[in-house]
Design a protein around this ligand. Sequence first.
Ligand SMILES: Cc1cc2nc3c(=O)[nH]c(=O)nc-3n(C[C@H](O)[C@H](O)[C@H](O)COP(=O)(O)OP(=O)(O)OC[C@H]3O[C@@H](n4cnc5c(N)ncnc54)[C@H](O)[C@@H]3O)c2cc1C
Length: 233
Amino acid sequence: MTAPETAPQILYPLGDPIGSVALVQWAGDDKMIVNAARVSFGGDTKAPLNDRDERLIRYLLRHGHGSPFEHNLITFKIVCPIFVDRQLVRHRVGVSKNEISGRYVELAERNFTPASFRKQAPSNRQASVEDDGTLDQAAAARVWEEAWQHAYRAYQDLLALGVTREQARGVLPLSLYTESYYTFNLRSLLHFLELRDHAGAQWETRRYARALAELAEPLFPVTFREWRALRGG
Ligand SMILES: Cc1cc2nc3c(=O)[nH]c(=O)nc-3n(C[C@H](O)[C@H](O)[C@H](O)COP(=O)(O)OP(=O)(O)OC[C@H]3O[C@@H](n4cnc5c(N)ncnc54)[C@H](O)[C@@H]3O)c2cc1C
């Protein structure tokens, strides 16, 4: 299926022209969820979605009846820093992934550099807080850039020495961009969004979660409307 003309096809979550989420393909719609739920009593139909169907979607979401949402699939091409991908790949159920291989190809010089640096949160040991003006942003950017340049040069030097790609990549940083196809079913996507479009999630990963939601929402508008309403808007 091709996306509705109004739907965005590609988004750039990190504000640079490399990191991106593209909608590749999808299967199903809100009606598929209703039919999957009603097939148990032979109530599935080809009729357009109606108010009763919308109420059923709300009921299914509210009561955690997840399986009817598993028949809808969405494939994204995601270009993200390795440290973001390490969080995406933790979502094991209902998510399929294939990634570029640094054993097959020489990895391109694609580095994510934060537009601004954050500070360690004082209470939550995993979290970050905005700079309160005490961080030397220019110095942090310089250190980051020098580390990247040094590492990527070392990678190229190792390749020039004849070292195999699968070993040479070991010197590359987590800020290197990687790219994958990710296919979620709608249930697994909503679960992912609950965890990763959340105040407790890393800012960069949250940006990706929001991009996935923005691309998926026009394809399943009733499901997203009811899911958002359930979560308080
Ligand atoms: C804010 C945040 C911080 C995190 N911090 C860390 C961290 O510090 N270290 C770390 O290692 N991870 C961390 N994680 C990853 C987290 O522990 C989960 O691995 C990740 O969020 C995927 O969630 P999930 O297991 O629910 O998803 P999925 O793997 O997609 O699983 C979906 C659901 O299937 C069921 N399920 C899946 N596998 C099993 C199983 N083996 N047995 C029983 N039921 C199963 C569960 O109900 C699960 O919720 C963090 C995640 C978040 C959102």
